[in-house]
Ligand binder design. Structure first.
Ligand SMILES: *[C@@H]1O[C@H](CO)[C@@H](O)[C@H](O)[C@H]1NC(C)=O
Ligand SMILES: *[C@@H]1O[C@H](CO)[C@@H](O)[C@H](O)[C@H]1NC(C)=O
Ligand SMILES: *[C@@H]1O[C@H](CO)[C@@H](O)[C@H](O)[C@H]1NC(C)=O
Length: 321
């Protein structure tokens, strides 16, 4: 509760000395890192469902300060930004978030596309550093189909039409969000040439970015959840970085792919240290139960014991206001 009051103070006062991000430390339970949540396509920070997730995070690990990422100041603008925009610019916006940038370290929770965007944040900036990253139904290896809009929303319909007809145009790649993580193994050349976001963030092009690899490898834990009955994100195995041949249905798991074997992203380092978790959740895309969420929060967002705080990824950064 204390941190929420401080946030309100920050919002209404120009003199912001007290920060909402002070990690809460308790001699018995340890240090509770703030939790940053990036929601999925068609959602917005004002949704009741997200408030419930935030409440669950707080009740599972008391003292958790939860920050819901927003790309606009109102719900409808935030929702539009899930369909329309340049993902590179959206991630840069997140990095400049005045609230986020004062945190010493955070945990991160990504729903659907929010998962690969948070990974992009980690790879490209990671200031403040992410301790544990948890993604639910994210498209780490892209989508090879765009399912009919689950939302009867003109923005989504417009985005869908663009994705079908002109996905590799610079128009779509700079404005239509799902186009920027579209990846069909049957048209890999076009993807490598034109993908504004995913090909870069997955270090699939010839020139590899070592910063991306170093930053992702600095995670304490990277947990991916796949929804067993997911028919919205195609293929669902993308949640685990697997590649699926749409003709044969053959699945090539992450550890058999060059991205892992040649360690383009630091995933192999993480895997060998036991820091990569592949979990499944029952049900359709984003059909989240409190039980699954609570277990995830207990497992990945619990308070840290002091010894963990000296880990390299968690050096507390001094910032001037
Ligand atoms: C790699 O990514 C970092 C962080 O985004 C960026 O500053 C740097 O210029 C990139 N390096 C190359 C070689 O593109
Ligand atoms: C997206 O934004 C970045 C940063 O402004 C820019 O460099 C890039 O060219 C844009 N992408 C496209 C496809 O226009
Ligand atoms: C998918 O499998 C078919 C049949 O074996 C093959 O011809 C095709 O090249 C495969 N696609 C990719 C992207 O590997």
């Amino acid at each position: 509760m204390r941190s929420i009051t401080l946030l309100a103070t920050l919002a209404t006062s120009a003199i912001s000395v007290a920060l909402p991000w002070q990690s809460t430390t308790d001699a018995d339970s340890g240090t509770q890192l703030p939790l940053v949540i990036w929601h999925g396509l068609g959602d917005d920070f004002e949704r009741e469902g997200l408030a419930q997730v935030a409440e669950l995070a707080e009740s599972t690990n008391p003292g958790t300060y939860v920050h819901l990422i927003r790309l606009a100041n109102d719900g409808s603008g935030d929702r539009s930004a899930t369909f329309l925009g340049n993902v590179t610019e959206q991630i840069a916006l997140l990095a400049a978030d005045p609230i986020l940038s004062t945190a010493p370290a955070i945990n991160a929770l990504g729903f659907s596309q929010g998962g690969q965007f948070l990974r992009g944040y980690i790879e490209r900036c990671n200031t403040p550093p992410v301790h544990n990253l948890v993604t639910f139904g994210s498209q780490h290896n892209g989508i090879s189909e765009f399912e009919s809009c689950a939302y009867t929303n003109w923005v989504c319909k417009a985005a869908e039409a663009l994705l079908r007809s002109g996905r590799w145009t610079s128009f779509a790649q700079s404005r239509v969000v799902p186009a920027q993580y579209f990846r069909d193994p049957e048209e890999l050349d076009l993807y490598l040439e034109n993908s504004n976001f995913l090909a870069d963030i997955n270090n699939e092009r010839e020139a590899k970015n070592e910063t991306y690899k170093r930053n992702l490898a600095s995670l304490n834990r990277f947990a991916m959840y796949m929804f067993e009955e997911d028919t919205v994100a195609v293929p669902k195995e993308s949640a685990f970085f697997s590649e699926v041949n749409a003709t044969t249905g053959e699945i090539t798991p992450l550890h058999e792919r060059p991205i892992y074997k040649e360690d383009w992203l630091g995933l192999k380092q993480l895997g060998e240290q036991g820091k990569l978790d592949f979990n499944t959740a029952p049900g359709q895309h984003m059909e989240l139960s409190d039980k699954i969420l609570r277990k995830a929060f207990e497992r990945y967002f619990a308070p840290l014991k002091e010894s963990h705080l000296s880990a390299p990824g968690l050096v507390v950064q001094q910032r001037s206001l």
